[in-house]
Design a protein around this ligand. Structure first.
Ligand code: AMP
Length: 192
């Protein structure tokens, strides 16, 4: 299966995506993790990426599209993958569509983890990651609203969007996600 995870920073995407990928036995591709690794590698590209991460800004589309396509070409992604944090802009979503179409690989669905903004700020402040300073948090939430939220309409128009309430305890959210993914699977089987 090929699934995209969408949601604002602090919604619990990383945790839920990791659990679901393990449950489905497919690779968990987190662009945040890939970029943090690149930042830590100490290369000139890593230094450029660090500037964006530390400022809470999105890495340019051209860079991230390239990084993700290289990862998707790896053999472990042949039978599916869970994309966590990608796409984050309409240009990235269009690039993903083009890539998957060229490989004749359909996207099964997009899971949108929904958490209201005040709860997000509290969660992010409690997490204490490098890019979780108050001004960076606000910048990331703003980038999400301006650049990523338009993807909700993009995928809803394509009949692929499933919204999940991200506020209950993580265990409950995982169960709700699994039951949605089961219904996606049945829809997928009917199409094949
Ligand atoms: P995350 O761990 O998903 O919250 O991502 C952490 C940071 O990595 C984001 O604030 C962005 O700076 C960068 N990032 C992750 N995914 C993307 C993406 N698809 N496009 C651009 N920047 C990204």
């Amino acid at each position: 299966m090929r699934i995209v995870f969408l949601g604002p920073p602090g919604a619990g995407k990383g945790t839920q995506a990791a659990r679901l990928a393990q449950h489905l036995g497919i690779p968990h591709l987190s662009t945040g993790d890939l970029l943090r690794q690149a930042k830590g590698a100490g290369t000139p590209l890593g230094a450029q990426i660090a500037e964006y991460l530390d400022a809470g800004r999105l890495v340019p589309d051209a860079v991230i599209i390239q990084v993700v396509q290289e990862r998707l070409r790896q053999p472990d992604c042949a039978s599916g993958c869970l994309l966590d944090g990608y796409p984050r802009t309409v240009a990235q979503a269009e690039a993903l569509d083009r890539y998957l179409r060229s490989q004749k690989m359909p996207l099964d669905g997009v899971l949108h983890l929904d958490v209201p903004q005040p709860a997000l700020v509290d969660r992010l402040a409690a997490r204490g990651r490098d890019d979780d300073h108050p001004d960076t948090i606000l910048r990331r939430l703003h980038e999400y609203q301006a650049l990523t939220q338009p993807l909700l309409a993009y995928y809803s128009d394509r009949g692929l969007l499933y919204t999940i309430d991200g506020t209950p305890p993580a265990e409950q959210v995982s169960l709700n996600i699994r039951s949605i993914v089961d219904s996606m699977r049945s829809a997928h089987k009917r199409q094949c």
